[in-house]
Design a binder for this molecule. Structure first.
Ligand SMILES: Cc1cc2nc3c(=O)[nH]c(=O)nc-3n(C[C@H](O)[C@H](O)[C@H](O)COP(=O)(O)O)c2cc1C
Length: 205
C-alpha cells in the first residue's frame, strides 16, 4: 500500500488556496493508488513550536540525559520524521508569506533536520538520509515572483535536498491578487497540471 504525506502550511488550514490545490492532488493520487494511505500534517498555528536551545540540545543528547520535556521534544520530532520515512510521496502546500515560506514550515523543518537521523556529514560533504521519495510542492502567491525574485523555490530545493529529497516538482499559482481573470487562469493551469504530474512518464523523467 502506497502512502502519501500531505503537509499543509496555510494559516487558513484546509481553506487555503495552496491547501485546496494539494487536496486536488491528493484526490488524483488516490484515484491512481486505490487503497492508498494519506497522512495529513497541518503545521499552521502553533502546532509546531519554535526551536529553543533546550529542544535543539535534546536532539543530540542521549536518552538518559534528557529531561522529560526534552524527551517529549524528541518524541515529537520522531513522529514527524516517521511520517516522512513512511511516505512514498510527499505533497507540500506552500503559500508565499512575506516573501518567504510560512514561518510554520520553517518550524517544521527545524524539527525534521536531525543530525545522524535525516542527514549526516561524510568526508565528501552532507548526505541526506530521507531517500527514495518524490515530492510535489504547490506554491500560491498574490504577486508574481518567478525568476530571481523567487526566494521560495531555491530554499525549498536546498532544504529538501539536504535531507535527501532531491526529486521535487513545483507547481505555481501566481498573481492571485491580480483580479478574477488572472487568478482563475493561474489556478486553472495549476489544477490542470496535476494529472500530468502523476503520469508514469513524469515519474520516470
Ligand atoms: C500573512 C500573509 C503574507 C503574505 N505575503 C505575501 C507576499 O509576500 N507575496 C505575495 O505574493 N503574496 C503574499 N500573501 C498572499 C498569499 O501568498 C496568497 O493569498 C496565497 O494564495 C495564500 O495561500 P493560502 O490561501 O494557501 O494561505 C500573503 C498573505 C498573507 C496572509
Amino acid at each position: 500500500m502506497k502512502t502519501l504525506l500531505k503537509i499543509q502550511t496555510s494559516l487558513f488550514g484546509s481553506q487555503g488556496q495552496s491547501s485546496q490545490l494539494a487536496d486536488r492532488f491528493v484526490a488524483t493520487w488516490l484515484a491512481k493508488n486505490p487503497g492508498g494511505r494519506v497522512i495529513t500534517r497541518d503545521v499552521s498555528g502553533d502546532s509546531i513550536p519554535h526551536l529553543t536551545a533546550e529542544r535543539f540540545q535534546s536532539f543530540s543528547s542521549s536518552a538518559d540525559d534528557r529531561t522529560p520535556a526534552q524527551q517529549a521534544a524528541v518524541d515529537f520530532s520522531d513522529v514527524l520524521i516517521d511520517e516522512l520515512r513512511s511516505a512514498d510521496a510527499i505533497v507540500f502546500a506552500v503559500p508565499m508569506y512575506n516573501f518567504s515560506v510560512p514561518s510554520t514550515l520553517r518550524a517544521y523543518f527545524d524539527h525534521v533536520a536531525r543530525a545522524g537521523v535525516t542527514f549526516r556529514y561524510n568526508a565528501t560533504g552532507p548526505e541526506g538520509l530521507i531517500k527514495g521519495k518524490r515530492a510535489y510542492v504547490f506554491i500560491t502567491r498574490a504577486g508574481i515572483y518567478s525568476g530571481e525574485a523567487d526566494t521560495q523555490t531555491p530554499y525549498l530545493k536546498q532544504f529538501l535536498g539536504f535531507i535527501g529529497i532531491t526529486d521535487v516538482e513545483f507547481v505555481y499559482a501566481e498573481g492571485l491578487a491580480y483580479g478574477d481573470e488572472v487568478r482563475e487562469k493561474s489556478l486553472g493551469a495549476a489544477r490542470e497540471s496535476i494529472s500530468n504530474l502523476l503520469e508514469p512518464q513524469a515519474i520516470a523523467a
